[in-house]
Design a protein around this ligand. Structure first.
Ligand code: ARG
Length: 593
């Protein structure tokens, strides 16, 4: 039996759900139902929608309830008394409308200001998750797809970490496979002194890769050597291991340039790490009767798919699928993860569906009807397009170098900032360091936000002009909105730290109340974003919050009004929540702009 969460813990929805659950147990003790609590669009703040479903379950079973509305009435009556709820009413076929108490809402915001935004973390049903993201391939191009995976994966990790889940951030780099024979032999051939050379000597690894591939395809003698090279590498021969490591190191230092700019932490456990586990995993799957021979390969047939999942190739080698099965085994049994999340483009969806199915057949994952966890999820995403609507490329036909792309975002945001500050005569107020940090925060933040704000499954057009615009739903606009709130507070010349202790929030004006209610929805927004693995939910919230703040600020005078203290505290709470949203999206907030 799970321990009951403390009173006051979790999102507002979670707190209301606990009240509703206790009412449901009293109202209809004979049936077990999950509380259904939603934000209400019109009539109230929240609503409980259980009555209708309950009615169809119990009508005709000799119940004393006459109709669903009567059930709604009873749910209302049996709600435990609490200082959360101001009033309730039952509408139509049994919707229970719940209006929150202004005092409670105000207090919840004040408590957050005093005790920190971490007290607004939602409660998630898992303790440990693996998030497998970024995962580029050694010696191959790290492309915009990997950029999306890096940005989306990092945000998911941040949201889970904020919700007190232990997250294992895994970089599943492609560092194993037959191409290494070719790369290593080419290294020996091109750089006889390969042990001494630095990473620069090889130059661009992608070009190196192409050249070695060319050699492989055109010289049978080289091809033969490369194929033996793989065997020697996999057999553990010292010289081959060392050369392999050298090639991986060069790639890694390129990847790290991207991670450093994006401020993304990852722990590399590449394909090679799981290689030793593959044989035992295949023995297990085989003993469960899952593996068959087909056209010389070892495969698993999966219901509903035309082609089987190949786990041992015809030449006896392992592949992407066998590695993923071993990695899943490791994550479940050694790392004890309850939720394993993979972030790649939607093009890989079938691969994931198939090996998840194989894991279910092996009994590694429970039947979701009985137990929800452990579970696996594939977080797919769409393409990045150029302004021509085709796959994103730079000017030439060559691929986009991610580091250059990020550097361009920064330099563009810097020149825009400089131009604006010069026009306003404000450039004198800025140090070089501030300029540098602000253009990084704004530039990299713009790239991330442009990626995260859409539903991840849709394709999006990469446009510097659009993402760096200060109008519309962009990171730049939101940075301005946040900086403006900070400036309102600064200009009031009040010490918010002190106001937090001595002052109180009241929500008498309708726009204050709307803002207050939206602020306290923060936890359930994060909860929803985590549950459905959708970062855009947080973006949408952040954007709406800034709109609501604008409305409040337009209609409610802050500085110099009788409500100044309360309203400054609302400004502060909005700034704190906005900053936490930025934090979850991996964007560095700026305080002046
Ligand atoms: N390296 C792969 C690619 O670039 C992505 C790996 C994703 N993770 C996994 N466990 N399969 O497409």
């Amino acid at each position: 039996q799970e321990q009951e969460p403390a009173v006051g813990a979790g999102s507002v929805k979670q707190q209301l759900s606990r009240l509703v659950l206790s009412s449901l147990r009293a109202t209809v003790p004979e049936v077990e139902v999950e509380p259904m609590v939603e934000v209400s669009a019109k009539f109230a703040d929240y609503q409980c929608n259980n009555a209708m479903g309950l009615w169809s379950k119990i009508k005709g079973s000799g119940t004393s309830f006459k109709n669903p509305n009567a059930i709604g009435q009873a749910i209302t009556k049996n709600l435990p008394s609490s200082d959360i709820i101001e009033s309730t009413s039952v509408a139509g076929p049994g919707f229970v409308n719940i209006t929150l108490s202004n005092r409670w809402v105000a207090k919840r915001i004040q408590d957050m200001l005093l005790n920190g935004i971490n007290t607004w973390a939602p409660i998630l049903p898992v303790k440990r998750a693996v998030i497998d993201f970024s995962s580029p391939n050694i010696a191959k191009e790290m492309h915009v797809g990997h950029l999306r995976s890096t940005i989306i994966g990092d945000t998911l990790a941040r949201m889970f970490e904020f919700s007190n889940v232990d997250v294992l951030r895994r970089n599943h780099v492609g560092d194993w496979g037959t191409q290494f024979g070719m790369l290593i032999e080419y290294l020996f051939e091109k750089f006889p002194n390969w042990q001494e050379i630095g990473s620069q000597a090889i130059g661009d690894l992608q070009i190196f890769y192409k050249a070695s591939k060319h050699r492989f395809d055109n010289d049978p003698e080289f091809k033969e050597r490369a194929q033996q090279g793989v065997v020697r590498l996999q057999g553990g021969e010292e010289k081959y291991r060392e050369a392999w490591k050298k090639i991986c190191d060069i790639s890694r230092s390129e990847f790290d340039l991207v991670y450093k700019r994006l401020n993304v932490e990852l722990e590399e456990k590449g394909e090679s790490f799981y290689n030793p586990y593959i044989p035992q995993v295949l023995v297990e799957l085989s003993s469960k009767g899952l593996i068959q021979e087909s056209e010389g390969a070892q495969v698993i047939f999966i219901e509903g798919y035309q082609i089987p999942l190949i786990v041992v190739k015809r030449d006896g080698g392992f592949n992407y699928a066998s590695t993923d099965l071993a990695a899943l085994w490791y994550r479940l049994n050694v790392e004890k993860a309850e939720w394993i999340i993979y972030v790649t483009d939607v093009g890989q969806q079938q691969h994931f569906e198939m090996f998840f199915n194989a894991a279910k057949m092996a009994g590694w994952l429970p039947d979701p009807k009985e137990k929800k966890y452990p579970k696996t999820s594939h977080v797919g995403f769409g393409l990045v397009l150029g302004s021509d609507g085709k796959r994103f490329r730079t000017r030439s036909t060559e691929v986009v170098r991610l580091v250059e792309l990020l550097d361009e975002a920064k330099s563009r945001s810097k020149s825009e900032l400089l131009q604006r500050l010069t026009e306003n005569g404000k450039i004198v107020d800025w140090t070089d360091e501030e300029l540098e940090q602000t253009s990084e925060a704004v530039g990299y933040g713009a790239v991330k936000y442009a990626d995260l704000k859409n539903n991840r499954l849709t394709n999006y057009i990469f446009s510097f002009e659009q993402m760096l615009s200060d109008k519309g739903n962009t990171a730049v606009y939101l940075q301005y909105a946040h900086a403006r709130i900070c400036s309102i507070i600064r200009k009031s010349n009040k010490d918010v730290e002190e106001l937090k202790m001595s002052g109180a929030i009241s929500l008498d004006h309708p726009d204050e109340r709307v803002l207050g209610l939206y602020l306290i929805r923060f936890a359930e927004v994060v909860e929803e974003a985590c549950t459905n693995l959708l970062p855009n939910v947080v973006c949408e919230y952040l954007y709406n919050l800034s709109e609501m703040f604008t409305k409040f600020y337009t209609n409610c005078q802050v500085v110099g009004s009788p409500e100044e203290t309360s309203r400054l505290l609302l400004c502060q709470a909005t700034a704190v929540v906005m900053r936490q949203c930025f934090q979850l999206l991996g964007i560095t907030p700026v305080y002046k702009l």
